[in-house]
Design a protein around this ligand. Structure first.
Ligand code: ZN
Length: 319
């Protein structure tokens, strides 16, 4: 079972392209509903000698705009079966706009000024494709769960649930100890984790997903962006270490006194080429705020910090 990679360009500068994988007549992560993405996808299929009409299944690792939104077009052309993790299907059916809105609501509760929240809302790529998501929500998706198997190009692939980057992110385990990992494992960049309510602990889920990958000992991982990862277990451990040191950094900031979530986000030493928070483009501030809150929530679940009201704004202090 060969895995052919099609590099599909994205209108998201920081990522450049998304990897779409062709396995027999199955396509994993067809990419984004954007002209050049569709051009690259159709050229890639032609080069592989596969007619888009002959695709039998489309599997989406997670619902994000750069991976899933081209699925609708592929579905109308081919009638392929559509697969997605159960948790992410719930997000699509519940409305992606509402889902992102729920994160932005928390950002505001944790002290991000309303104008900044609105600036982020206006620039979010998923919200610019809200009509595409609405159409996708009406399609006949088949939800995948842990342990399910699906036929990919005549071979069986096993589904592993790996929540964190999204609540219903899935991995596919292929024969030969190969893993399709979507954005759960990326080379050179750390996948984004944010929160959508004050109850869940997505960073906790994500760190568990990483520990699990570290334990699998796969021979290669095919990520959603950049090149294949030759030591998936090692990369999973590196990202785990990154989050452990980020947790220690947040704890260190709160050791100096209670802080609003927004002030934690502004004080973390992000790896970025921008020199101040004010210089960050809106998407960077969306990521930073989400990461900060996900780390705070993890520390709260561990019982190391507790919430405190800072004049109507949510803040945290050492427990
Ligand atoms: Zn992605």
């Amino acid at each position: 079972m060969d895995v052919a990679r099609i590099r599909v360009r994205l209108p998201i500068k920081s990522l450049g392209w998304v990897n779409s994988y062709l396995i027999g007549s199955a396509l994993i992560d067809p990419g984004m509903a954007w002209g050049r993405s569709l051009l690259d996808l159709s050229r890639g299929l032609a080069e592989a000698g596969v007619s888009p009409c002959s695709l039998e299944s489309v599997v989406v690792t997670h619902f994000h705009v750069d991976h899933s939104t081209a699925s609708t077009m592929v579905y109308y052309i081919s009638g392929a079966r559509l697969y997605i993790g159960e948790g992410d299907l719930k997000v699509i059916r519940g409305g992606v706009e509402e889902y992102i809105g729920s994160a932005l609501q928390l950002y505001q509760e944790a002290g991000m000024p309303k104008e900044e929240v609105e600036e982020i809302r206006m620039s979010h790529p998923a919200l610019r494709l809200r009509d595409v998501y609405e159409e996708a929500a009406s399609l006949d998706w088949r939800p995948l769960q842990e342990g399910d198997t699906i036929d990919l190009g005549g071979a069986r692939a096993e589904v592993l649930e790996a929540p964190g980057h999204t609540p219903g992110h899935i991995l596919l385990k292929l024969p030969g100890e190969r893993l399709i990992v979507g954005d759960t494992l990326l080379p050179g960049i750390t996948p984004h984790v944010t929160i959508h309510n004050w109850r869940d602990d997505p960073l906790g889920w994500y760190m568990e997903s990483l520990s699990r990958i570290a334990g699998i000992g796969a021979s290669v991982a095919y990520p959603g962006h950049r090149d294949p990862i030759q030591d998936p277990a090692g990369r999973a451990r590196e990202i785990l270490e990154h989050h452990k040191s980020r947790l220690a950094e947040v704890l260190g900031l709160l050791r100096e006194g209670p802080l609003a979530g927004y002030d934690v986000a502004r004080r973390i030493k992000w790896r970025t080429r921008y020199s101040s928070w004010e210089e960050y483009p809106a998407p960077e501030r969306f990521f930073a705020m989400g990461e900060a809150l996900a780390h705070i929530r993890r520390l709260e679940v561990e019982g190391l910090v507790e919430e405190v009201d800072l004049g109507g704004v949510k803040g945290w202090r050492l427990a």
